[in-house]
Design a protein around this ligand. Structure first.
Ligand SMILES: NC(=O)c1ccc[n+]([C@@H]2O[C@H](COP(=O)([O-])OP(=O)(O)OC[C@H]3O[C@@H](n4cnc5c(N)ncnc54)[C@H](O)[C@@H]3O)[C@@H](O)[C@H]2O)c1
Length: 276
């Protein structure tokens, strides 16, 4: 097993990619700290991890709140004595309803979205790092977005924050390499998760959107599943990647490097939706 005797903290792991990553890690022998905004949801996923034969701690904490993060890290250290792997997964665009271009963005929205997607991962990393430094080992993953490097819709706060995460990852990798703390980033393409609830309700309309994106934007011609991200995350969290740091892995069905047909105008789709 690739993560035997390892302990991982995965932020935002009650749903979507975080949950998929937690499951995959558990199957490789890893114990988990399950974090999210809702304790009951954390307990549910912690139960799933225990059912897979591993230990799990459910930890409600808002990653934009330093005090809650400190309490989570302390609880994890009390429970497991260490944190080997940190996956900075929590993020997204809740409450934006697809807004965020130069015509409709506000300062308050900028602060809220950048706090969640850039400051939050920074705060969690700073909280966990002293423990990794003490043990002389660590694997840190950041989750960015295709919009940071190749946007197909204008979402200024979110994409800027996700680009910031790439800078944070590279700089930390440089700083921490001599201490055997590995830092890498994953750039997911479109993945079918609750992330999309903020943009289009689940149902036929979302399926039609995914279908159009898959056909026109993704060379592999399908939208991703959480498991598609969990595989690369496992590689970056395990000894398989012990000569890999400061890298960006695109888990995005061939985006953005392979050109693929006509571009689907997701922005026009969302704007039309908002007008309805
Ligand atoms: N789904 C996609 O298409 C996609 C594409 C590119 C990048 N991403 C990024 O991937 C990551 C995972 O997204 P997902 O698709 O699994 O989304 P998701 O909404 O299914 O899961 C994200 C989880 O983070 C939690 N969360 C939100 N704010 C939090 C906070 N302040 N503190 C703690 N937890 C919080 C949510 O409750 C949720 O459970 C996010 O960073 C997202 O921005 C998603």
């Amino acid at each position: 097993m690739l993560l035997e005797n390892r302990v991982a903290l995965v932020t935002g792991s009650a749903n979507g990619m975080g949950r998929g990553i937690a499951h995959r890690f558990a199957d490789e022998g890893c114990d988990l700290v399950i974090n999210d905004l809702d304790q009951a949801a954390c307990e549910r996923v912690a139960g799933e991890i225990r059912a897979r034969g591993r230990r799990a701690l459910a930890c409600k904490a808002d990653i934009t709140r330093g005090d809650e993060i400190e309490a989570m890290t302390a609880a994890a250290i009390r429970e497991f004595g260490k944190i080997d792997i940190l996956v900075n997964n929590a993020g997204g665009v809740p409450g934006t309803a697809g807004r965020g271009n130069s015509d409709n963005i506000t300062e308050a929205e900028w602060d809220r979205v950048v706090d969640l997607n850039l400051k939050g991962p920074f705060l969690v990393t700073m909280s966990v790092l002293p423990h990794m430094k003490k043990s002389g080992y660590g694997k840190i993953l950041f989750v960015s977005s295709m919009g940071a490097v190749s946007p197909c819709v204008s979402v200024l706060h979110y994409h800027t924050a996700k680009a910031g995460v790439l800078g944070l990852s590279t700089n930390l990798a440089f700083e921490l390499a001599p201490q055997r703390i590995f830092v890498n980033a994953i750039v997911p393409g479109p993945v079918d998760t609750t992330f999309w609830d903020a943009l289009v309700p689940a149902g036929p309309e979302r399926e039609a959107l995914f279908d159009a994106i898959a056909k026109k934007e993704v060379p592999l011609e399908r939208v991703g599943r959480p498991d598609d991200i969990a595989g690369p995350a496992l590689f970056l969290a395990s000894g398989l990647s012990d000569y890999v740091t400061g890298q960006v892995v695109y888990a995005a069905g061939g985006q953005p490097l392979l050109a693929h047909g006509a571009t689907f105008n997701i922005e026009a789709f969302l704007m039309n939706r908002m007008r309805k």
